[in-house]
Design a protein around this ligand. Sequence first.
Ligand SMILES: Cc1cc2nc3c(=O)[nH]c(=O)nc-3n(C[C@H](O)[C@H](O)[C@H](O)COP(=O)(O)OP(=O)(O)OC[C@H]3O[C@@H](n4cnc5c(N)ncnc54)[C@H](O)[C@@H]3O)c2cc1C
Ligand SMILES: Cc1cc2nc3c(=O)[nH]c(=O)nc-3n(C[C@H](O)[C@H](O)[C@H](O)COP(=O)(O)O)c2cc1C
Length: 537
Amino acid sequence: MSPPSTPPRVLAGNLLVGLLLAVIAVGLLYLQPSDGTWLTISGHPRWWAAGIALSAWLAMCAGIVWKHRVPHPRENAGESWLIAWASQTGFARQLAEASAEALRANGHAARCMPLERITTATLAGARRALFIVSTTGEGDAPDHALAFLHGPMAHAEPLPQLRHAVLALGDHDYAQFCAFGRRLDAWLASRGATAMFERIDVDNAAPAAIERWQRQLERLGARTEAIEWEAPFAPWSLRERRELNPGARNGAVHALSLQPAEGRLPHWQAGDIAQIRPCNAIAAVDRWLADAAFDGNAPIGVEGVSTLREHLFHQQLPAADAWRGRPLPALLTALEPLPQREYSIASIPDGGTLDLLVRAVGAADGTPGLGSGWLCRHMAVGDTTDLRIRSNPGFHPPATDVPMILIGNGTGLAGLRAHLQARSAAGAPRKWLLFGERHAATDMYFADDIRAWQADGTLARFDFALSRDSGHRHHVQDALREAGDELRRWIADGAALYVCGSLQGMAPGVDAVLDEVLGPGQREALLLDGRYRRDVY
Ligand SMILES: Cc1cc2nc3c(=O)[nH]c(=O)nc-3n(C[C@H](O)[C@H](O)[C@H](O)COP(=O)(O)OP(=O)(O)OC[C@H]3O[C@@H](n4cnc5c(N)ncnc54)[C@H](O)[C@@H]3O)c2cc1C
Ligand SMILES: Cc1cc2nc3c(=O)[nH]c(=O)nc-3n(C[C@H](O)[C@H](O)[C@H](O)COP(=O)(O)O)c2cc1C
């Protein structure tokens, strides 16, 4: 992510080479024969030609230096930029850091910080600010932003001196699209701050909206082109896939192990997220081609693919009827790429593979889900998929000596397993796992790992809550309530709580038990302290 610049060493090197050439030229001058024949071409002195070549070379060097110059901060800055982010799963933070980098690349001073570190005084002292915030839950602000909601947003003074812009991340599939970004934008307006341009709402990481943001930053003097806004996707190959709950009725859960198709395993931490670019099933593409009467082998001149059939694996398939008899160029213009999907990484790199725990879901008519269908059904062992890792600092592990209570249900065990592997590798003391699923016979995923961790003391305690085995529904939040005394003891000892799994049911259930067992205000205090972290979906 470093800006393009001409480092002083390169400049010095160029000058040195220039000097050396000049010395050689002078030396050659002394070597010329006294009759002058050596320096003439058809009667013209050769030093004219040499002079022109040297001037051209110097002009080229000057051009390169000018193009890549890094202006001194004072040249552009005037005042520094404040860049504030709020992010539940890491994307807003990534865009905030890239935005700060783009401003710095053109000589501006830019401070990038999470929303909870912004105080009323910070805002009062700021003249130019960018806010890059996502929405989580059901129209909520990301967890870590709580201190900002209680602080500046509840009490702030007027901000007539502030010029600002808001990038709001969200997803149209949720009822309250970009709700937190909208709320923040309206609040800034209510305090008298001036918007430098209209808020930009980003639907499901849509590249077009992010490009609009980049163009606006350029207008404000940022240099965006050399910044890596998102890590590139790379091909990963599926090494192994196992169904962990044969016979279960609530969707087959698969453990997948992947490795980069080329090169070494990259670094990641427990809590990070794998983003994948799913593909359509081959059968679905062939059916579409037949129904719409297009030739799948038609060459299409699209970068990276050779035929229409290959291209369609990565595109949303429109209604075939609507396209029968229509021209290929119109189809190519109308096609939209498939959206990406996110999965909690279930391993750490020490094990040599990136593991996922994925439930195959689908529509009521049996059509497999896009991401889970690709990973659990259409992709074969040995096939590759485009994947990239997104750092998710909000769910990274606490310091090694902090006891951890890990709570999750269903595929939420993925994120918790990565933490248990990391804690076990680091020799961290005191881990308590509470896991909820339906049936003991089918649903204890990664059972070998859990038994081994119980046996070697990695797990100080393990509670397995089963919601369909006994007469009554017993969920992970019920197990937490029943262990209330122990929960209070662990919290008093400084434990951090990590929750991974269902947004519906489990997450609010755990919240309610924490309020009940720990007393009013304690859950919020843990959130403010960064001791209560969630990766729920
Ligand atoms: C941060 C994060 C981490 C995640 N980690 C994991 C993980 O570790 N493992 C995992 O399996 N998923 C995980 N998910 C969910 C995952 O990203 C997908 O949403 C999920 O796989 C369904 O996507 P799909 O494309 O298969 O289904 P879609 O094509 O989006 O939907 C197909 C059909 O399935 C239904 N459907 C969608 N989701 C569910 C569901 N959860 N239960 C039942 N029906 C559903 C839809 O209503 C629709 O009818 C995570 C999501 C986030 C945001
Ligand atoms: C559990 C969950 C809840 C979400 N709730 C909303 C919502 O209510 N409104 C919305 O517009 N987007 C919602 N989103 C979409 C996110 O805002 C979007 O994916 C965003 O890019 C995430 O950015 P982040 O990684 O910085 O948190 C939700 C996403 C998740 C995983």
